[in-house]
Write a new protein. Sequence first.
Length: 417
Amino acid sequence: MTLLKKTKSQLITEVKKLQSKNEFLNKKSPQTKNKPWASVFEYSANTMAVIDKQLTIIDINKRSQRKAIGRKAYDFNPKDFKIVKKAIEKVFKTAKTQVYTVESLSLTGKVIYNSCKATPIFEKGKVVFVIVEATDITKEIEALNFLKQSEGKFKMLADNSIDVVYRFKILPKPKYEYVSPSVTAVSGYTPKEFYADSYLGFKIVHPDDAYLLNNSGKILKKNNKRKSIKEPRIILRWIKKDGNIIWTETRNTHIFDSSGKFIAIEGISRDITQQKENEEKLKESERTLSTLMNNLRGMAYRCDYDDKWTMRFISQGFLQLTGYPPKKFIHNRQSAFADIIHPEDRSLGIDKIKYAIANQVPFEIEYRIITKKKEIKWVWEKGEGVFSKENGKLLFLEGFITDVNDKKQYELEITQS
């Protein structure tokens, strides 16, 4: 119907509808005026939406998806709308975060898969909104679906994979339909042993990590149902056949039949023991280094090569040396390191530092600082530039500063005597 053919009453009705929608989009209640979720929106690369108690989207962080505001949270999940509705309602009811995976439709009608995390937003101790973060896992799901549809290729790839690839059937009776040969190298058990014992995959999980699977093994034995795992990526320990303990990372996907019934799990597990050991070694190294630096008579630092000597890192020795807490000087949060250098000494050593950087050699300088108690103290600094291995560009300066006030006072006394 063209504009000329519409009656006056029809035009008035349409104008009212547009006004009503505009009022909703521009409405700012006392609760949404300050937008406590604004900072989260700013730094998240994922799609994030704020949902009210009527399950209506009231804000979204992607400009391209602003048209979703005013619609129901489950409007984009025709197949899985019950999952979305139930999860968000549960957050409002229990004040606990819910995690779920759903098939979604984008505003353009494209089918995508999202791993969603629904978190409560509180005001005066009550849940007033729910913020949903949706991570696009379409590529992961499509990859697993491709493997499922191409069984021949799947088996060929899986048989030659160093990771453990498996398919676990839930209905009509729990059992492993496929376990790749690599499981023997990883766990010590053969595929035949997994086929013979439907619950072996649960039995080898370390008892302290069973909760990560929501005790699915026990539930499966009891009533042939498997409790959903909260996260698509699970890191836990396995006890190998020889009794050794290894760390594994597993990624699962749920398989449904044409009627939507959950019938199987397909997944990939890999041994990440070396990675975990390296992480622990790094943590231990960092702890050792931190303990060493905190017990040195002086301070270690990392700073930018600028007029303020902007500090990226300062050890705890800074407090004893200057009287100031280190955190106040990190990134010039409250003060810059240049501010506590004695005004008459701020240009001291500049030429030495320039020469050291140009020739990529260490430098040593002495100068005075003014402590928090307004005391003048002589310090000795040794540092050097750290350069990029790729292009030789200066990245930052690193070094050590220590108190030499007593030494300087002694030298002055000798000079004056």
